[in-house]
Write a protein that binds this ligand. Structure first.
Ligand SMILES: [Fe+2]
Ligand SMILES: [Fe+2]
Length: 326
């Protein structure tokens, strides 16, 4: 359909539309689903928004694993609420993505077939209760840093979804930090558990910001479209600068011997990230890649009867209504 439309448009007309589009972005105005946009903008946004949606949905799995084992009713309620929030984030984002002309079924199909990516952080296992603390503190903490600039991104539906998502992410970060705080004020064994979780989650959290700026293939274009407002390396540095003092308050040691405050730059210098691990996990060889995808595929297949029942019910309601009005 889109192909035909562009075919009947003259080159001049397209150039005009492109100029209007670029000018809007320059003025910080939002691009809305019905506005004309270059195909590449549409495709890049489908890729990024769906990847984000998949991450929210797959991201429920590592923590969902601990809902039944949360150590108190209060912890269980908070974790349950958090995991439900993530489901909500996934649903807003799928809806935002659908406004770009792709169906929910296609998006799911891309996830289930392994064609679409989701954040690699969720391919790591949650071994102890302290991991739930570390995830909230570090993973949701990193997510906030990634997502706050997206509240100003150029595509309207994405930007608006992010406002609420970010508010909820702050709650997630706090509940995680509070779990860590409680463990760190507890017995030596509890403190060791917190340290062990930090040791395992620290480096994968730094990888959440993506490859370094030199390696990142999409950064330049995404910055131009204001899909990205800061580069991967800038965001990673911001995360480190913000998180190190929080670790100090907990009395935990960040597992990086090269981590040191640099008086000249006003930032923390840090050690080399193991990018081979990052690419291994991205390529599907992380500890839990298979398990996570299988869980999603099974949920889709086992939920088929629910979707069918909901459709049948909606059909019946619709028929009843048309009978009444007709
Ligand atoms: Fe989320
Ligand atoms: Fe979250």
């Amino acid at each position: 359909m889109m192909y035909k439309k562009t075919q009947i448009m003259s080159t001049n007309e397209i150039k005009n539309l492109e100029e209007i589009f670029e000018a809007k972005i320059a003025r910080d105005e939002k691009i809305e689903p019905k506005d004309w946009m270059p195909e590449k903008y549409r495709k890049t946004h489908i890729r990024q928004i769906s990847q984000h949606a998949h991450s929210e949905i797959v991201g429920m799995l590592p923590e969902g694993n601990w809902i039944t084992r949360a150590p108190s009713l209060r912890r269980k309620v908070a974790l349950l609420a958090k995991v439900q929030d993530e489901a909500g984030h996934g649903l807003y984002l799928y809806s935002a993505c659908e406004t770009l002309g792709i169906s929910r079924e296609e998006l799911y199909e891309q996830l289930h077939s392994g064609k679409a990516k989701y954040s690699s952080i969720f391919n790591y296992p949650t071994l102890t209760w302290a991991d739930i603390g570390a995830i909230g503190w570090l993973v949701d903490g990193a997510a906030i840093i990634n997502q706050v600039p997206l509240c100003n991104t150029s595509f309207g539906p994405y930007a608006r979804a992010m406002v609420r998502v970010c508010k909820e992410e702050s709650f997630h970060q706090r509940q995680g930090y509070e779990i860590m705080m409680t463990l760190c004020n507890g017995t030596q064994e509890q403190k060791d558990m917190a340290q062990d979780a930090l040791n395992r989650w620290w480096w994968p959290s730094l990888m959440m910001f993506g490859p370094t700026d030199e390696e990142s293939t999409h950064t330049a274009q995404s910055m131009k479209w204001k899909l990205k407002r800061k580069t991967n390396d800038e965001l990673r540095q911001q995360f480190i600068d913000q998180t190190v003092p929080q670790a100090d308050i907990l009395g935990l040691k960040i597992p990086d011997d090269n981590l040191k405050y640099n008086n000249d730059t006003g930032h923390y210098d840090f050690g080399e990230i193991d990018w081979s691990e990052f690419w291994q996990v991205v390529k599907g060889h992380g500890k839990c890649n298979k398990e996570r995808l299988n869980a999603r595929k099974n949920a889709w297949e086992n939920g088929k009867w629910v979707r069918e029942a909901a459709m049948a019910y909606a059909d019946k309601q619709h028929q009843r209504k048309t009978k009444q009005t007709g």
